[in-house]
Ligand binder design. Structure first.
Ligand code: FPP
Length: 275
């Protein structure tokens, strides 16, 4: 009870909306707060609420995306500091092209600016960048920036930062099915050779662990065509915070929520285990 009240007080002090806090957390020492064996290997984030954040401040939606990019910078740094193996963020879906020309233009400019300003630090921190999605469908400057970032960081062995860009989950599955069909047609693979491992190997996330924790901000509770295969057994945390306000304290709350969950993968409950 005391811990709950203190947690709420801390949340209020730092401007967060405590939805999941049950015990006070230290943003400075997550390793102490979270045992490494309770950390998710793969975190995926739907960064939602930029538009509403801006609206609430009488700002244009594009200002929300700019503020969201700032939040993203710190969440990436935190993931790296805290030893998360893979972080996948939903930056731009195939459906997002339907937004106004101004908004799409602003998101594309932010993307260029992001890569220009961050790539040196990310590379220095040994972060490996991978784009999930149809890179060929991006405008030339953005395509060039992301292809260069991937090439430059290909050999890095630290945090795997996956940026879903021009990404659609169903399109990813169709793409994998087509590749497998071509391999069967070429006689390289028998139809019965298509198993879950063969399918997963054709996804953008080939070789990576499945998503352990999916976070969506802004209070919306849906997947929106994000990583349908990889999230099959993911734990989900929905936080009411709008993405630009999602900070380390909010991230840590989600990680603590995850650490307290009992993961069963369809089996019977294993006492005291989330793995
Ligand atoms: C959803 O909020 C957010 C997006 C569609 C874009 C997310 C992009 C960023 C945070 C920054 C750009 C990314 C990089 C890698 C530089 P929304 O606009 O749907 O918000 P709303 O639901 O409140 O309208």
């Amino acid at each position: 009870m005391f811990a709950e009240r203190l947690g709420k007080l801390l949340g209020d002090l730092f401007g967060a909306k405590p939805k999941y806090i049950t015990v006070p957390v230290s943003t400075a020492a997550p390793a102490q707060a979270l045992p490494p064996d309770r950390l998710p290997r793969h975190v995926a984030i739907i960064m939602d609420g930029n538009g509403r954040w801006a609206n609430a401040r009488n700002l244009p939606r594009t200002a929300g995306h700019a503020a969201g990019t700032e939040a993203l910078r710190d969440i990436i740094r935190a993931s790296d500091d805290w030893g998360i193996e893979c972080l996948t963020i939903y930056a731009f879906s195939t459906e997002n092209w339907a937004r106004s020309k101004d908004e799409v233009g602003a998101l594309m400019s932010l993307l260029l600016r992001y890569f220009a300003s961050e790539i040196d630090e990310l590379d220095e921190k040994n972060v490996r960048i991978l784009i999930l999605g149809d890179v060929d469908g991006l405008p030339a400057p953005q395509r060039e920036a992301v292809v260069n970032a991937m090439a430059r960081t290909r050999g890095n062995t630290g945090l795997k930062l996956n940026i879903a860009l021009n990404y659609g989950g169903r399109a990813e599955l169709v793409r994998a099915a087509r590749t497998l069909a071509r391999r069967v047609q070429a006689g390289e693979l028998a139809p019965d050779g298509i198993d879950e491992a063969a399918f997963a190997a054709e996804l953008y996330t080939a070789g990576m662990p499945d998503v352990d924790l999916l976070i969506r901000t802004s209070g919306e509770m849906r997947l929106s065509n994000f990583l349908p295969w990889q999230t099959a057994y993911a734990e989900m945390v929905f936080d009411r915070t709008y993405w630009p306000d999602f900070d380390r304290a909010a991230y840590l709350r989600a990680l603590r929520e995850y650490a307290g969950r009992s993961r069963r993968f369809g089996k019977e409950k294993a006492e005291g285990s989330n793995g």
